[in-house]
Design a binder for this molecule. Structure first.
Ligand code: GAR
Length: 201
């Protein structure tokens, strides 16, 4: 069985979209893949409850309890790998996970780590992507699924979706429009990666 571990910090709507797709498209039966756990760095993340209701194991690794990034990432790695009997999971999907990861963490999951970012990378890495797109007068915005490297929001692009920026958009209305597309492209990109890794753990 290929295990997927999803990391969240907040609402977890992308996580929920992946969980729904896995059920609807019968990933377990057809690809031998399942969402093994959802892990949050924030104890109050709303997505944790949604994951529990979907019958998925959850864990919290609270970054405020660790003195350094390295110590937090080591604890996070242990929590993730605890959900993959063979060692590391086939895929670790960052879904609104708002922490910068250390090079050691990225190396540990090399080739197995993906993220969704709410902009058309390489435009607007980092935070406040929607307001920055509006401020720059962009006519289009979107989201990107990409591999995670040690450089923030810079790995290979796996999927993108484009939406228009409308004249009256605020960061919130644009974010909502982009999010609907995130929910389509992220599960699709995850499924494509799982199909491409027949021998993964
Ligand atoms: C999503 O828009 C995601 O692209 C973004 O946070 C939101 C999380 O929503 N991620 C980042 O900004 C990563 N730097 P969700 O918790 O409902 O999936």
């Amino acid at each position: 069985m290929k295990h997927i571990v999803i990391l969240i910090s907040g609402a977890g709507s992308n996580m929920a979209a992946i969980v729904r797709a896995a059920k609807r498209e019968q990933w377990a039966e057809r690809m031998g893949a399942r969402v093994a756990a959802v892990i949050s760095n924030r104890p109050g993340a709303a997505g944790l409850e949604a994951a529990r209701q979907a019958g998925i194991a959850t864990a919290v690794v609270d970054h405020t309890a660790y003195a350094s990034r390295e110590a937090f990432d080591a604890a996070l790695m242990a929590a993730i790998d605890a959900h993959a009997p063979g060692g590391r999971p086939a895929l670790v999907a960052l879904a609104g996970f708002m922490r910068i990861l250390t090079p050691g963490f990225v190396a540990h999951y090399a080739g197995r780590l993906v993220n969704i970012h709410p902009s058309l990378l390489p435009a607007f890495p980092g935070l406040n992507t929607h307001q920055r797109a509006i401020d720059m007068g962009c006519r289009f915005a979107g989201a990107t699924v990409h591999r995670v490297t040690a450089e923030l929001d810079h790995g290979d692009i796996l999927a993108q979706a484009v939406v228009p920026v409308l004249p009256d958009d605020t960061a919130d209305t644009l974010a909502a429009r982009v999010l609907t597309q995130e929910h389509l492209i992220y599960p699709r990109a995850v499924a494509a990666l799982l199909r491409a890794r027949p021998n993964a753990a």
